[in-house]
Write a protein that binds this ligand. Sequence first.
Ligand SMILES: Nc1nc2c(c(=O)[nH]1)N[C@H]1C(S)=C(S)[C@@H](COP(=O)(O)O)O[C@H]1N2
Ligand SMILES: [Mo]
Length: 258
Amino acid sequence: MSAVPHRRGWLKAAGASLAGLWLAACDRITTNPRGAAVLASAEGLTRRAQRRVTDRKALAREFPASEISSDFRANGSIDPAESAYRAHVAAGFADWRLVIDGLVERPLSLSLADLRAAPGRSQITRHDCVEGWSSIARWSGARLGPLLNQAGLRKNARYIVFHCADSLEQTADGSGRYYESIDLIDAYHPQTILAYAMNGQPLPVPHGAPVRLRVERQLGYKQAKYVMRLEAVEDFAHLGRGKGGFWEDRGYEWYAGI
Ligand SMILES: Nc1nc2c(c(=O)[nH]1)N[C@H]1C(S)=C(S)[C@@H](COP(=O)(O)O)O[C@H]1N2
Ligand SMILES: [Mo]
């Protein structure tokens, strides 16, 4: 509501300027009780929407190296049994490639060396699991935004889906495979990285080797490990059970902001 008195003060100062006619009409709306209510709620809506976008773009807190956890817990899948993944482990991920496809102009197939050479970022952040534990680590990886630009998102791309190597649940139809999705605000957030290192070492298998997502404004289950493929999509109704992620398909919120 504070915008209304402010607008009136500014109106008085403007006096009978060229814009006066329009402003007088505007003032009439604000002095008419119903008009004022409509205007105030419209402004409130815009401000709230604006605040939401600004909030979504804010950085997650970063910590000093002294706060890195000595015992960062590994959770969910910690040693995938799938044979394709075992082969990658045995080969030291030499033939592993990250595929970026779906609604892109130029599908990519990137090696670990390609990712290490891409624009990167290191950050010490806190991981919060819904189960009620937190741990702090330094994550280093390729920023997702520049990779998506390299692939060239098509206009109708709205989400990025992360397809993982592991199945948390053995199902006949493959719906037990871990996957996650984020929107483009999170995909282009400066702290959103495909992490290949944890605390200065190659990402260990329990934490998602060779590459995991770090999307720092959201809870633990969004931090997809064992990422094999990124798919740009317009919606995710056709994937899994349609809710945008393994845990979302089982009742968790799709947007898990912290
Ligand atoms: N592929 C895959 N990603 C996953 C999971 C999983 O089981 N499989 N578990 C999620 C959950 S619930 C959490 S808390 C974190 C755990 O990451 P950490 O093992 O590095 O602690 O990974 C998330 N990403
Ligand atoms: Mo979690």
